[in-house]
Design a protein around this ligand. Structure first.
Ligand code: AMP
Ligand code: FE
Ligand code: FE
Ligand code: ZN
Length: 313
């Protein structure tokens, strides 16, 4: 291998974007409508620049970023409307486990599902306020006004984490996701009331959408569920499993891929892009054209959107 040159003759040897397979889709991304750092318009522009054929915008508990993303959609890029729904499941012995359900191609105006998304957003506000109260009770200088201001859209723990960084209490956002702070069962952790995942799957279906279980075996995010629970969710109408995800080990991916095949679920891959707050770039993990077509065929609540035939202006 040629050695790195230095100084004025240096070659740009590090690619800025991952090389994505032809027809690749990244089906799990966040914008400033929730806890991502880029506005929806920038997410779709970056997707096109990264060579992706399709992208889904899946902000936490909201579809608020979709209009901006659709208006900025570059020619040749397909956009799947989506959202990532916080839910929970009973995983034996009365133990509740938090889950994220990716919902695609549902009708955003369908009232029952829209009402649950609105309820979840309200829950997020009261939960973040209670976290701030607990922090204040221990004398930590973090205000609700600051946390609210750090969130452009739906508030989440990353915004509380940012406020902790600003206050000098932790060095970086990820350092707040620990037992000492707001990590799973952390000192300032507060539960939120989340719908049962079976109810969420039913709501997505009744709104015409298809649902995919996000990062199911990402152990570093907290307690996870087993294959028995996933089999039950498949019977409840789950459409797919997110297999390739940055937080999945090779072993977790292999087990999920096998489960998807056994349970006849669509296997997806996605970066869970949030912007520079997380290491993975857009397109770091992708979904095949075949799996994307299967998702589109399974849904009837909304159409995938394609970029305008001619650039606007
Ligand atoms: P919330 O939905 O408010 O509980 O916040 C969850 C979000 O926090 C996830 O969607 C991630 O964006 C972020 N998050 C979770 N765990 C970590 C971690 N260990 N480091 C950095 N961000 C994290
Ligand atoms: Fe997030
Ligand atoms: Fe998630
Ligand atoms: Zn996500």
């Amino acid at each position: 291998m040629a050695g790195r040159e230095s100084g004025l003759n240096a070659h740009p040897v590090v690619p800025v974007v991952p090389v994505v397979p032809a027809d690749a889709a990244d089906l799990h991304t966040h914008s400033t409508a929730s806890d991502g750092l880029l506005p929806p318009a920038d997410v779709v522009r970056l997707a096109a620049a990264s060579g992706l054929a399709a992208i889904a915008l899946t902000d936490h508990d909201t579809t608020a970023g979709l209009a901006e993303a659709a208006a900025a959609l570059p020619v040749g890029l397909t956009l799947l409307p989506g959202a990532e729904i916080s839910c929970r499941v009973r995983a034996g012995r009365g133990r509740w486990v938090s889950l994220h359900l990716l919902a695609y191609l549902f009708d955003p105006a369908e009232p029952a599902f829209a009402a649950v998304r609105a309820r979840l957003r309200d829950e997020r506000v009261s939960r973040a306020r209670r976290m701030v109260e607990k922090l204040a009770a221990d004398g930590h200088p973090v205000s609700w006004e600051r946390v609210r201001a750090l969130a452009d859209g739906v508030v989440g723990r990353p915004h509380v984490a940012e406020a902790l960084v600003e206050a000098g209490l932790v060095d970086a956002v990820q350092d707040a996701f620990t037992p000492a702070w707001i990590g799973p069962s952390g000192r300032y952790w507060v539960d939120k009331d989340e719908p049962d995942v079976a109810e969420a799957i039913r709501l997505v279906r009744e709104a015409g959408g298809v649902s995919v279980l996000a990062h199911a075996f990402a152990g570093r995010r907290g307690p996870t569920i087993g294959p028995d629970v996933i089999a039950r969710l498949a019977r409840d109408g789950l459409g797919g499993l997110e297999v390739d995800h940055p937080d999945h080990t090779p072993d977790a991916r292999a087990r999920l891929r096998r489960l998807a095949a056994d349970l006849d679920l669509i296997a997806t891959g996605a970066s869970d892009f949030h912007g520079a707050s997380k290491p993975q770039p857009l397109g770091a993990e992708t979904t095949s054209r075949r799996a994307l077509d299967a998702l589109v065929a399974a849904a009837r609540g909304a159409e995938p959107l394609t970029g305008p035939a001619a650039p606007a202006r």
